[in-house]
Design a protein around this ligand. Sequence first.
Ligand SMILES: Nc1nc2c(ncn2[C@@H]2O[C@H](COP(=O)(O)OP(=O)(O)OP(=O)(O)O)[C@@H](O)[C@H]2O)c(=O)[nH]1
Ligand SMILES: [Mg+2]
Ligand SMILES: [Zn+2]
Length: 295
Amino acid sequence: MGNGTTEKNIIIKGIGGFYYVKTADGVVETKPKGIFRNINIKPLAGDFVEIEEVNGDYVITEIHERKNSFLRPPIANVDRVFIVISTVEPSPNYTVIDKMTAICIKKGIFPDIIITKTDLLKDDGLSGIYEKAGFSVTDINMENADKEIIGMMKGGLSVFAGNTGVGKSTVLNRLFSHLDLETAKISRKLGRGRHTTRAVEIYDFEGGSVADTPGFSYIDTEREQPLYADEIEHLFPEISPYIGKCRFNDCSHTSEIGCAVIEKVKSKEISETRYKSYCDIRKEAEGISRWEQND
Ligand SMILES: Nc1nc2c(ncn2[C@@H]2O[C@H](COP(=O)(O)OP(=O)(O)OP(=O)(O)O)[C@@H](O)[C@H]2O)c(=O)[nH]1
Ligand SMILES: [Mg+2]
Ligand SMILES: [Zn+2]
């Protein structure tokens, strides 16, 4: 069913072992074939699949080759990533944000930044940090922000990612009046680990599609999304222009004399928080060798 010539079947949501597949004839609930478990492949939202009816139930029989895939948030075949950051409640977690920008760039996607909650706490340098690094930054509370963001989302699959409670679902509700996503105040009592959005879900709008995703508050670059020590300098757009310009050819840009990157941090051309993230991620990666893991 739905194996048409023009419309491809796509997983729009996976929850509790079920996958919801949008076909030319509507959305159907499916289960993956046991074979995927055996070869350790988990279907992801965004996957293009083949499905078959077996005794009235639908099963996924094939997952088409992915253009790319993310583990956090879990989604495949992504065209664009918006990293949502709030000025406060929660305040920015630079390590997570900067791991996220690096992972996106590694996967060939230059992410965009959306800043929320500037009505609660004014943006005191947050957008500057990311603009200086070369990212496009939109403050959702500024005039024309909605128009600007929708314009950037046209064509393909956009993903809203970021810490829990930053306002991903709230922004999407505001951008698209046909959406009515669940949102919730972050509760101080419940504290960490409270996620309002429970699963990735893909929604269509005129001109594209967008995924709302559950927030996260850490990224394990060791086990989940490997970043190798020698590639991290290439994944920070404000650092990569200085590769090869330091006194030592194998400069790690963390403590060496004659380091061109450290010079730029001193002269404030490179933001301190971004540089600190670079050093932290690099340190974390130093214990890992490429053959210990497969990505
Ligand atoms: N004042 C203010 N509140 C906001 C803004 N954006 C979001 N909020 C509030 O922040 C809270 C969390 O918003 P959600 O949209 O549920 O956050 P989320 O990122 O989807 O969170 P998860 O689904 O848990 O990952 C809600 O109470 C929103 O009303 C903003 O720009 N200003
Ligand atoms: Mg949400
Ligand atoms: Zn250097």
